[in-house]
Design a protein around this ligand. Structure first.
Ligand SMILES: Cc1cc2nc3c(=O)[nH]c(=O)nc-3n(C[C@H](O)[C@H](O)[C@H](O)COP(=O)(O)O)c2cc1C
Length: 699
C-alpha cells in the first residue's frame, strides 16, 4: 500500500492533501463520494454504528469508484473482513478500542491529541497520524494544532505522514504542507455544503451559521459547543474553534466537491507563490525599518531592559519594551535608557490597552515625548493607535477576533498582530490556526472590495508558536497570497527569546527562569475568570493555583470574588520568577532560587514544549528568516514545486487602469471580453447587413 510521506520518500500524493470526513459524525456517502470525485480522500464516519452507517457504507462503495476511507472507534460493527473492497484507508479515533493491526491490508491513520499517543500509534503499526489540536472539535489534548503538528513532524522517531485537524482552511492547509505535513482533515468545515447539510441533526445549520470560533468549551477532555438554553446533561455537538468555517466554506464553495478542490488548489497555489517573504529586504523588513521582518514581542517583567533590546536590535529585529503597569517615572527611565542604547535603530513599546486609564495616560504621555518608532497596543482600539500614529509612532493592534478585525479595518487600521492562544502570557480565545485562518479570510474579503494597492498598506505580524525554520516557513506559506499582493508580513516571538543566552546575560531573566523553560514538558493556563488566562510552564505555583481554584469552586465562591482572589494570588509572581525580586514594605528585595522556584510564575508559551536548548539571538533570527527560506525551498523541491522566480512581496506599482474600450461580437461590456476571446469560442459572426450594403465578417 503506497503511503505518502514527503520527508522520507519524497512522494507527493495530491489526493491526500485534503481528507474530507463526513461532518459531525453523521455518516454520509454523498459527502464521501463528492470528496473522492473531487480528487480528495473521502472518509465515511462510521463511529455512530447502526443501520444508517451500514446503508451509507454500501452507498459509498457504489459511488466512490476511486476508493475511500472509513472512520471507526471500534471494530465491532465493521470488522476488517466486512469492509467493502473499495475501502483502502481506516481512520481510528484517539480513543479507539481497536488498533492498526486489526485492519491488515488497509492503510491506517490514527488520530492523536499528543506526542505520547503518537508514539503508541507508531508502535501499534499506524501508517500515518492525524494531529488533533486543542482547537479541534471532540477529544483534545494540550497543544494547539500549529504546535502539535510541529512537534510530531520534528520528531525523527515518528517517521510517519501527519495531517492536521483543527483550524484547517485554505490558508492553514498550505502552512501544514509547507511545514512537512501531508495535508489537513476537514470535517465541520463541510457541514453546510450541499451534499452534507440535509443529513445533519435539526438545528445544526442554524447553530453553525452563527459561530465565530469563540463559543466552544472543553468538557471532560472534549471540545463542544453548548447551545444556549440546552437542558443540563443534553449532549453538546462536538464542534471546534473552526466551526465558523462551515459558513465560510458554504459561502465560498457551496459543495463538498468544490471545497475539496478549492482547498487543494489553494495549497498548491500558495506553495507555488511562497517566496522568501521573511528574509532581509522583504516588504516586512522595509515596513518595519529593520534588517529582518522579525519582532520581539513585549514581555512584562522580562523585556524591560535596554541591554536586551539592544541585543535584539543589534541582530536585525525590532525589540519591544513592555510597559505593563509601570508608572510615569519608571516608564521614563526604561524608555530613556533604551533610546540611549539603541540610537537611531527602530524599537517599540508594548502598552496594555486594558490597563487602568490613569496608568495608561501617564505612560502614553512619556511615550509621546520620547517617541519610540513603534508601539503595540494589546487590547487597544484604532483610535488609540491613530493617536500614536499622529505623532509618528507606527502602531500595531492585537486583534484576537475576526469581528474586531472587520471593525478595525473599517476604522482605517492597517497594522495588526495576530497572536494565537499557543503564546506565552495572556492568551486570547482562539488557537493560532483558527485565528490566522479567520483573519486571513477577513482580509481576503476586505481586499476584494478595496481599491488597488490596499494590500500594500497592510503590516501583519503572526505570533503564537513561531520559533524556528519550520514554523516560520509555515507562516510564509499561509501568508503567501497576501505577500504576493504586497502586504508586509513578519513574525513576532516571545517565548523563543527566553531561550537565548542574551535573555540571561542582558538581565531579562535570571538563569533559573531559563532553566525552567528549557526543562518544560507542558504549559498550564492560569484562568482567573472566563477570558482572563495566562500561559505558564508547569511549576509548583501553577499547581498551587489549580488547588486554590478548585477549593474556591468547591466552596461555591461567587465568580467575582473568586476572580479577585485568583488575581491577587498572581500578583508579583512573574517578577519573582524572572528577576528574583519581591516587593515588601514598598521596597524590592532579592529572593533566593528556592523561593523563586517555589513561588514564581514562569510565563511562557507552548514553544517551551518544543525547545530544549539554549540558543543565541543571532541564531534565532537566522532560523526564522534565511533558515525558513531554506526550509521552504527544500520542501518545494521535495514536492516537485518550483520556487517562484521572483521574490514575493513586490513593491506596489503606481499604475492606474483608466479605461478599457473594445467591442467584440457577443461581448456587451469589457469584462466578458476575456471569456469571449477564450479559445473555445469563435467570436465571429455575420454583421447585420443594412439593406443595400455588401456582406462582411468581423472577428
Ligand atoms: C513572559 C511573557 C510576558 C508577556 N507579556 C506581554 C505584555 O506585557 N504585553 C503583550 O502585548 N504581550 C505580552 N506577551 C506576549 C508576547 O509579546 C508575544 O505576543 C507572545 O509571546 C508570542 O507568542 P510566543 O510566546 O508563542 O512566541 C508576553 C509573553 C511572555 C512569554
Amino acid at each position: 500500500m503506497p503511503v505518502s510521506n514527503f520527508d522520507t520518500s519524497g512522494l507527493f500524493a495530491v489526493e491526500d492533501i485534503v481528507i474530507a470526513v463526513s461532518p459531525l459524525a453523521v455518516p454520509s456517502a454523498r459527502v464521501t463520494a463528492a470528496a473522492v470525485r473531487a480528487g480528495g480522500l473521502g472518509v465515511l464516519d462510521l463511529t455512530s454504528g447502526g443501520r444508517r452507517a451500514a446503508a451509507e457504507l454500501a452507498l459509498a462503495e457504489e459511488w466512490s469508484a476511486a476508493g475511500f476511507g472509513v472512520r471507526l472507534s471500534d471494530n465491532d460493527a465493521f470488522p476488517a473482513r466486512d469492509l467493502p473492497a473499495r475501502v483502502h484507508t481506516v481512520l481510528l479515533t484517539s480513543d479507539a478500542s481497536c488498533t492498526p493491526g486489526d485492519f491488515p491490508g488497509h492503510r491506517v491513520l490514527v488520530e492523536v491529541t499528543g506526542h505520547e499517543q503518537a508514539l503508541r500509534a507508531l508502535s501499534a503499526g499506524a501508517h500515518g497520524l492525524i494531529a488533533r489540536g486543542h482547537e479541534a472539535g471532540g477529544p483534545v489534548g494540550e497543544l494547539g494544532t500549529f504546535v502539535l503538528v510541529q512537534q510530531l513532524l520534528a520528531d525523527r522517531e515518528l517517521d510517519l505522514p501527519v495531517w492536521a485537524c483543527g483550524g484547517a482552511g485554505p490558508h492553514t492547509a498550505a502552512a501544514v504542507v509547507a511545514g512537512g505535513g501531508a495535508g489537513v482533515v476537514l470535517d465541520t468545515q463541510l457541514a453546510l455544503l450541499t451534499e452534507a447539510e440535509a443529513g445533519l441533526p435539526a438545528g445544526t445549520s442554524v447553530l453553525l451559521t452563527g459561530l465565530d470560533g469563540s463559543e466552544t468549551t472543553v468538557e471532560n477532555g472534549r471540545r463542544v459547543v453548548r447551545r444556549r438554553g440546552a437542558p443540563d446533561g443534553a449532549p453538546a455537538p462536538e464542534i471546534g474553534q473552526d466551526g465558523f468555517l462551515a459558513a465560510r466554506f458554504h459561502e465560498r464553495w457551496g459543495t463538498v466537491h468544490a471545497a475539496v478542490r478549492g482547498v487543494r488548489d489553494a495549497v498548491l497555489d500558495a506553495l507555488k507563490s511562497a517566496g522568501p517573504a521573511l528574509g532581509p529586504d522583504s516588504a516586512g523588513s522595509r515596513a518595519l525599518g529593520t534588517e529582518l521582518p522579525v519582532v520581539q514581542g513585549p514581555m512584562t517583567r522580562v523585556s524591560d531592559q535596554a541591554a536586551f533590546a539592544a541585543e535584539v536590535s543589534g541582530h536585525g529585529a525590532l525589540p519591544f519594551i513592555a510597559l505593563a503597569l509601570s508608572g510615569a517615572e519608571q516608564t521614563r527611565t526604561v524608555l530613556e535608557r533604551t533610546r540611549d542604547a539603541l540610537g537611531h535603530a527602530p524599537w517599540g513599546v508594548g502598552v496594555l490597552g486594558f490597563a487602568d486609564e490613569e496608568i495608561k495616560a501617564a505612560q502614553l504621555e512619556v511615550v509621546r515625548e520620547i517617541r519610540p518608532s513603534h508601539a503595540i497596543i494589546a487590547g487597544g482600539r484604532p483610535a488609540q493607535a491613530a493617536a500614536l500614529e499622529a505623532v509618528g509612532i507606527s502602531t500595531f493592534l492585537h486583534v484576537p477576533s475576526p469581528g474586531l478585525l472587520k471593525q478595525f479595518l473599517e476604522a482605517g487600521a492597517r497594522k495588526f498582530v495576530f497572536e494565537g492562544a499557543e503564546c506565552g502570557g495572556h492568551v486570547g480565545p482562539r488557537g493560532s490556526f483558527p485565528l490566522w485562518e479567520a483573519q486571513l479570510c477577513v482580509l481576503d474579503d476586505f481586499l476584494a472590495g478595496a481599491k488597488n494597492g490596499t494590500a500594500a498598506e497592510l503590516q501583519l505580524l503572526f505570533a503564537g508558536g513561531v520559533h524556528d525554520e519550520r514554523s516560520a516557513a509555515m507562516v510564509t506559506a499561509l501568508a503567501a497570497p497576501l505577500s504576493a499582493r504586497g502586504a508586509a508580513v513578519g513574525v513576532l516571538m516571545g517565548t523563543a527569546y527566553l531561550f537565548t543566552e542574551e535573555a540571561v546575560s542582558a538581565g531579562a531573566v535570571l538563569p533559573l527562569f531559563q532553566r525552567q523553560v528549557i526543562a518544560a514538558e507542558r504549559t498550564d493556563l492560569l484562568e482567573t475568570a472566563p477570558g482572563h488566562a495566562t500561559r505558564c510552564v508547569r511549576s509548583p505555583f501553577t499547581d498551587e493555583f489549580a488547588a486554590v481554584k478548585e477549593e474556591l469552586a468547591a466552596r461555591d465562591v461567587p465568580g467575582r470574588e473568586a476572580w479577585e482572589r485568583l488575581e491577587q494570588l498572581n500578583v508579583g509572581r512573574l517578577r519573582l520568577a524572572s528577576k528574583g525580586l519581591e516587593r515588601a514594605g514598598g521596597e524590592l528585595h532579592e529572593v533566593g532560587e528556592e523561593r523563586q522556584l517555589a513561588e514564581g510564575m514562569f510565563m511562557a508559551g507552548e514553544v517551551a514544549v518544543l525547545r530544549s536548548a539554549i540558543t543565541t539571538v543571532a541564531d534565532l533570527h537566522a532560523s526564522v528568516t534565511t533558515g525558513a527560506a531554506g526550509f521552504l525551498a527544500a520542501r518545494l523541491d521535495a514536492l516537485g514545486i518550483e520556487e517562484p522566480a521572483i521574490a514575493a512581496s513586490p513593491e506596489p506599482l503606481d499604475i492606474a487602469v483608466v479605461g478599457m474600450a473594445c467591442m467584440f461580437p457577443g461581448a456587451p461590456t469589457s469584462p466578458p471580453s476575456g471569456r469571449t476571446c477564450s479559445p473555445v469560442r469563435t467570436p465571429s459572426r455575420r454583421c447585420p447587413r443594412p439593406a443595400g450594403t455588401p456582406t462582411s465578417t468581423t472577428t
